[in-house]
Write a protein that binds this ligand. Structure first.
Ligand SMILES: Nc1ncnc2c1ncn2[C@@H]1O[C@H](COP(=O)(O)OP(=O)(O)O)[C@@H](O)[C@H]1O
Ligand SMILES: [Mg+2]
Length: 212
């Protein structure tokens, strides 16, 4: 039995790919990552062959939804992490129809909050269609800089959505450099605060998936 978490946001640049690779790294060797974004960020990350989990390149375009769902459901890993493209419509809906948990990264910016409203509305539609309360949702404060006003209050803003809010992931150079090195942060910068934040996020996600 797999538990599936999909990193979902209708906005690009919020950290979906970074969090997908990082969380899959923290859950390895029990994890697999599906790169569903035609931009293939996670696939590029895996190119140097330094990641401790398999990355399956399976772009989700909206034209291939049924075959894509079958491919994801056939993956044999305890924890399946999906890195989604930032687009509305059939693609995101397909992932929300099969995942146990939608993790929604939100960065501290006003523009993000509008995209977040639309993402949460899609999660609610998926729940209504499935009728089993799934997918659960987890708002993930991402790329947070506490020195900014928006960064200082991001949890307060996210709690208003009425969904669980995870511990934050701070803005850190190490996440950018880990990508350049083709490593996940636990291998690139083990024992650092950035690694610890990811381990904490992964343990929250693991608990939800273990109960799913
Ligand atoms: N926590 C973080 N701290 C610093 N930079 C980050 C962090 N998360 C992501 N980034 C950087 O932000 C950019 C967008 O991140 P990415 O994960 O590709 O977002 P998305 O998949 O949502 O488009 C990348 O350059 C990435 O390295
Ligand atoms: Mg991405």
């Amino acid at each position: 039995m797999s538990g599936i978490v999909a990193f979902s946001s209708l906005k690009g640049g919020v950290g979906k790919s970074t969090l997908s690779v990082s969380v899959a790294g923290a859950l390895a060797p029990h994890s697999a990552l599906i790169d569903a974004d035609p931009q293939a960020t996670a696939t590029a990350w895996a190119e140097a062959d330094n990641l401790p989990f398999p990355v399956l390149t399976a772009p989700l375009t909206g034209q291939n939804v049924e075959a894509w769902i079958a491919e994801v459901l056939a993956v044999e890993a305890r924890y399946v992490v999906i890195d989604l493209p930032p687009m509305l419509g059939a693609a995101t809906a397909a992932a929300l129809a099969i995942c146990d948990l939608a993790a929604v990264p939100v960065t501290p910016s006003g523009a993000d909050l509008k995209a977040t409203n639309r993402t949460i509305a899609m999660i609610e539609e998926a729940r209504a269609a499935r009728g089993d309360g799934k997918p659960r949702a987890l708002m993930v404060p991402s790329k947070v800089d506490r020195r900014t006003a928006a960064g200082a209050e991001i949890e307060a803003v996210l709690f208003d959505y009425g969904e669980p809010v995870s511990p934050l992931v701070s803005q850190r150079i190490a996440h950018v450099d880990a990508f350049t090195a083709g490593q996940w942060i636990g291998d690139y910068a083990p024992g650092t605060s950035g690694h610890t934040e990811i381990k904490t996020l992964a343990s929250v996600i693991k608990r939800v998936l273990d109960k799913a």
